[in-house]
Structures are given as C-alpha cells and as structure tokens.
Design a protein around this ligand. Sequence first.
Ligand SMILES: *Cc1c(COP(=O)(O)O)cnc(C)c1O
Length: 343
Amino acid sequence: MTNKDIEQLVRPNLLGLKAYSSARAEFKGRADVLLDANESPWPTGRNRYPDPSSTALREALGKLKDFNPDQIVFGNGSDELVDQITRIFCGVGDAVHALPPTFGMYKVAAGIAGAEFRVTNLTADFTIPVDELKATWDDRSKILWLCSPNNPSGNAMEAAVLEDLIRTFPGIVVLDEAYIDFVPELSFLPRLAEFPNLIITQTLSKGWGMAGIRCGAAFASPFIIGLLNTIKMPYNINVLTAEVALDALGKKDEMQAKVDTLISERKRLETELVKLDCVEYIFPSVTNFLLVRFKDSAATYQHLLDNAIVVRNQAYQPNAENCLRITAGLKEENDLLLSVLSK
Ligand SMILES: *Cc1c(COP(=O)(O)O)cnc(C)c1O
C-alpha cells in the first residue's frame, strides 16, 4: 500500500485541513520574553502552554523503543487515539471491523464517527477466524482493529496471522498493544516500517502503572502521523502528564520489576483458581489479568461484591459465557480474592 492508497482512505475534508498553529510554533530563534500567548507571567511551572508536539516525551519514548520519535504521537490515553484514528478514516457509509470479545472503545468510536461496526467473533479459544473475517471485507472497509494481547481474553494472536491480515486488509490496520509490556518480545513495533497501513498503539496505563495520567502513544508511518497531528487538539498532553510520564520512562527498571511481580502473581492466581469448585476454566493469559469461566458467574460476581471485591463481568461478550475478568493485584489482594472465592 502506498501513501496515495492511504490518502484514498482518508475522509476527504481532512486532506486539505491545516492544523491549528499555536503561538509557540510561529517563530524560530531565542525566546527570552514570552508575550505571545496571553499566559500568566509568574513562573509556577504550570503557567505556560505545553509543547503541542511533546518533543521531550517523544524523544524519551523513541529512545526506549528504538523507534523514530518523529513517527510517534501521544494521546490523552490510547482511548483518545482510538477516537482520532476512527475519525480520520471513517464517516457515515464507512465500515470498521473488530473481533469480539474485545476492547469496547472501538465500537464507541465507530458510533461517534457514524461508521458501521462490523464484527467477526473470535473462535471459542479466542483465535482469529481468518477466512470468515476476510469474507466481511469490501470497498467500505476502512479500519481493522486487532488487539494483541487481547482484552478480555488475555491471549496474544499468532504473529503470522496478524502479518497476513495487515498485508491483505484493504484499509488501515490498528494493532492495539496495550498489554505489550507483559510480552515485549511479541511487539510488531520493530517491523512497523514493513507495513505502511499499520498503526500500533501502546499506553502507559497498564504495565507502566500510569492510568491516572492519561498517556497513550501511536506509532505509524510519517504520512499517518501527519494526519494524526492535523486533527489532534494542540495541548492534549498537559504539562503535568508530560512531566510525570517523562519521569516514569526514566525508571524502566522499576516498571520491569512491577511487571515481573504481576506476571508471577497472575501465574499464582491461575494455579490456585483452578483448584476451586466454582471455577470451570481459566483461559491462558500473557497479560496482567485472567479471563475465568465460572460455573455461575453471576453468583460469583455478587459474592465477590458482597465482600467488596470488584471484578469485571464479561459474560455478555461472545464466547465468554459465565466469564469474569480478574486483574492481578497486590499479593494481599489476590490472597483475599482466593480466600473469598474458596468460601
Ligand atoms: C486499557 C486499554 C486501553 C486504554 O488505554 P488508555 O491508554 O488508558 O486509554 C486500550 N486498549 C486496550 C485493549 C485496553 O485494555
């Protein structure tokens, strides 16, 4: 796919659109006195507008991921990127494809854009039914969401399948790698340059432990990054978020230690949960959570709530009957969960 092909996929009104030009982007040279943006002059560390292109943060993440910082754009959580990506390529009459059970925002974003949300359910063991999926593609197909590792199933999709889908889908493929910090060796980021129609999203919300600061990243070709920069609100990453994110990225060892702990806690939960009478099956996970099939998920959900433990009900999702999604917590929290479930 060439940039010309990708241009054909973009909503036509965006192609000629010029991004908002912020005060600080309009000059080059020394800047000792800033009287250009109607800011308050007292240097509190918060009085200036943030850098609209998050340069320092892009450079830090680029270095960490061994990836060109010019091909990164940040969102107010990857949620915001899901919405932006959808609105770049989709309006009324276009189609978005996804593979439930999966992350709920893809559908919400398609709804906001007025696009058709076309689903092909994952198989009973949560693999991609490739032929069935391909049979749903047509000339209205603009975006295919692939989530690997997938939420809520917890498994990673086979690399050869992902590669085949990226190469054959007639539109933009977005690979949501929100949980990639738990299996970094499975990331497609090192291979992104092979796929001009591929966008990869990652986030600081899961492995990095920073859900509260709202910071997600998209990685893509310079052409697609240009489109994202055109439609994004100029100051979507505020100075507080940028500051905390930059500090966190500088402490990769801390993140790694916590990720390692969560992986071993997830494994312990797996070992202990299968022994319980109320548990029917635990789906294999490479993430910080488990999808667990209970004999009676509604009763188990209520029993946990009665004991002030909140898990996520997934029973309404396809192929997830009687399933609850349980996040690995602190050791004490997991112990409490196990003890409540054993009663
Ligand atoms: C949690 C999650 C996200 C959202 O991440 P934010 O960066 O917090 O918005 C995106 N995709 C999947 C699959 C997730 O589970």
